[in-house]
Design a protein around this ligand. Structure first.
Ligand SMILES: [Mn+2]
Length: 363
């Protein structure tokens, strides 16, 4: 993990003396804490990691995390009472003059406390350096993400068995979540989307008590969280016989995704992928029906920052970035189609990490 810490410091023109990662209580736990420690188990509420330019890491953790923290390649300091935490932090930071903080991860209350405690220290935001470093995955991260993708592929294969006429959306969501864990996921990466009929036209609908009817669309969008890394997949089906409009929508999205895959390569800008995909959809009868961005970076967070395929993202694509490619077409009151896969950027294109079939639509 020392390599990762050094890489973060390399992403600055003017380096800070140290970087401090400070966790609060769930859900305000910084993913970067796990990025720099590689720790897979433990909650680490109220913990801190202090990073040094030579790659060394000091951890300050509560007594109840002492065992878990011991697995990290770091110097571990343990506190029992809150005041002890701040004493240990003072010892570790000493009189640093420039300290980096993740402004996207620290509570404002904690920031104020730090400013009071260290009035001579200049704190600045290092969130971009973290995002930039984390966007390019190392070999161990790629292996873990591949496993998270294998899990969702297995579940997609099971979906036809789960379905029966009249079932509720929440029942399908429960089956998906259960089978992810049964196949090794630690948990769902996010609240599973399982939508039927016209609900499929709402991209971020989760699930409710709509019943599955014959010839309706059904859309499943879910991910597995495995050893803290996430996968994310979407498939859309018709339960029964697809009509011409449904087939047209599906073919358009299928083609749009292919255009995205073909466009992706190191050296181009992230928005170019989105531009290619959205202009294709806008050249069909479904103009204006693709209402979100083409994809996002994937990693410790489901929306990992850094390299998303959004209309305004100028970030240059690099080898070993992992992103989703997920075009969609949505018609309010009728339904929507989205197809999503996870890709690894290689020297001359993409490797598909999720490999579930999408040739079929009727189930
Ligand atoms: Mn996604």
């Amino acid at each position: 993990m020392k390599k990762r810490v050094k890489k973060i410091f390399e992403n600055f023109k003017e380096k800070p003396d140290i970087i401090l990662i400070k966790n609060s209580s769930e859900p305000f736990i910084d993913h970067n804490f796990f990025y720099v420690t590689g720790l897979e188990k433990g909650l680490f509420e109220g913990s801190a990691a202090v990073l040094f330019p030579d790659g060394n890491v000091d951890l300050i953790v509560s007594k109840l995390e002492e065992g878990s923290a011991g697995k990290a390649d770091a110097d571990v300091k343990v506190y029992k009472k809150n005041e002890e935490f701040y004493e240990l932090l003072k010892d570790t930071l000493g009189s640093v003059s420039v300290a980096g903080l993740n402004f996207e991860g620290i509570l404002h209350r904690d920031f104020c406390k730090l400013k009071d405690m260290f009035p001579k220290t200049n704190f600045f935001d290092v969130s971009e350096a973290f995002a930039k470093t984390r966007a390019v995955k190392d070999a161990s991260e790629i292996n873990i993400i591949k496993k998270a993708c294998e899990i969702v592929d297995k579940v997609i294969g099971k979906i036809p068995e789960f379905l029966h006429e009249g079932m509720f959306e929440y029942e399908l969501a429960a089956e998906i979540d259960y089978f992810m864990q049964k196949n090794g996921a630690d948990k769902s990466a996010f609240e599973t989307i399982s939508s039927f009929g016209k609900n499929t036209a709402e991209p971020h609908y989760t699930h409710g008590d709509t019943k599955l009817k014959k010839d309706d669309f059904l859309l499943c969008d879910f991910g597995a969280c495995y050893r803290r890394y996430n996968s994310d997949i979407t498939r859309t089906f018709v339960f029964g016989k697809a009509n011409d409009k449904q087939i047209d929508m599906y073919k358009t999205v299928f083609e749009a995704q292919k255009i995205g895959f073909e466009k992706i390569k190191p050296g181009i800008k992230a928005h170019e992928v989105h531009d290619a995909v959205s202009s294709y959809v806008d050249g069909t009868k479904f103009k204006g029906c693709f209402i979100h961005s083409t994809g996002h970076s994937l990693g410790l967070a489901v929306h990992d920052g850094g390299a998303g395929f959004t209309p305004d993202n100028d970030v240059e694509l690099k080898e070993n970035m992992v992103l989703t490619v997920e075009p969609g077409v949505y018609i309010p009151g009728f339904g929507g189609v989205r197809i999503e896969d996870d890709v690894l950027i290689k020297k001359d294109g993409v490797e598909l990490l999720t490999q579930s079939s999408k040739e079929f639509i009727e189930i």
